[in-house]
Design a protein around this ligand. Structure first.
Ligand SMILES: Nc1nc2c(c(=O)[nH]1)N(C=O)[C@@H](CNc1ccc(C(=O)N[C@@H](CCC(=O)O)C(=O)O)cc1)CN2
Ligand SMILES: Nc1ncnc2c1ncn2[C@@H]1O[C@H](COP(=O)(O)OP(=O)(O)OP(=O)(O)O)[C@@H](O)[C@H]1O
Length: 228
């Protein structure tokens, strides 16, 4: 210490000149979300959580599944009554259930009976927003992309209220889906933006989905256990 030769002189600083090594690497990634995880780390984590949640959902018993569907239907009725005076006159975007999602088709048919206009999502291209085609009970269907049934019509509508199926969700109302980014892209582009209601099982709750910049928060999350 204190030698005359500046080249190999060492000094004791109060703290290291650079603290970078002590914070998460994601901190410096401009693509990192609020979680601070890099986009890459977050995507890998999501893939794993998605698989775990889908396996848990597939293992749900039939009785629990049906009980959840009944509770969801009742809660959705409450939401529509409280926030939209029932929602008659507004187009409600639903979904045709796939991969263990709650089957709300019976409920959608009952809404139609009350005068509610309904629509279902249609994938037009892998990286495009969803569009919505009108649906009523008994409507002719055709297989769409990913083999998901879609209304067999060329008509298109804009839902003002949109049910968004969840694989995972968090208390900040961020969602995880199947990884196509379809609902994020759709909500980002829709004008006027519909009131987006995430619909899924309570078991899909995560402490955080580690949101990325492209993730659109939903307006409400409804599960069999309550409304978030
Ligand atoms: N019932 C329902 N309908 C819906 C959706 C939904 O989540 N639920 N969608 C909501 O978006 C759209 C369809 N989205 C889908 C997105 C991905 C895959 C899919 O099979 N993905 C591949 C992996 C793709 C990849 O990683 O590149 C897979 O899971 O094997 C299927 C449907 C429109 N209709
Ligand atoms: N508004 C957007 N514009 C362009 N790309 C987007 C947009 N939103 C999402 N993406 C892309 O979609 C991909 C999938 O996103 P994410 O993992 O959040 O899907 P997801 O919400 O689980 O899927 P889905 O909505 O289909 O169920 C991401 O790689 C992201 O870059």
């Amino acid at each position: 210490m204190g030698g005359m030769n500046g080249d190999d002189e060492t000094r004791d600083y109060a703290s290291p000149a650079c603290m970078a090594g002590q914070v998460s690497p994601g901190h410096f990634d401009p693509a990192a979300g609020a979680s601070g995880l890099s986009a890459k780390a977050s995507a890998a984590w999501r893939k794993q959580e998605r698989a775990r949640l889908l396996a848990a959902r597939a293992a749900m018993g039939e009785a629990a599944r049906q009980a959840a569907e009944e509770a969801l239907a009742a809660r959705l009725n409450e939401v529509l009554s409280a926030r939209f005076a029932g929602g008659a006159g507004l187009v409600l975007g639903g979904f045709w259930p796939i991969r263990g999602e709650p089957d709300l088709r019976g409920w959608m048919a009952r809404r139609a009976g009350l005068g509610q206009a309904l629509a279902l999502p249609v994938v037009v291209a892998p990286d495009a927003p969803l569009i919505f085609r009108p649906w009523q009970p008994g409507a002719a269907m055709r297989p769409g992309r990913f083999d998901i049934p879609e209304p067999d019509t060329a008509a298109e509508v804009m839902p003002q209220i949109l049910l968004v199926p969840l694989v995972g969700w968090d208390a900040a109302r961020f969602r995880m889906g199947y990884g196509g980014g379809f609902y994020d892209r759709t909500l980002a582009g829709m004008r006027p933006r519909p009131y987006a209601i995430g619909v899924g099982h309570a078991a899909g709750r995560l402490d955080t989905i580690r949101p990325q910049p492209h993730d659109e928060a939903l307006d409400l999350i409804v599960t069999e256990d309550g409304v978030v």
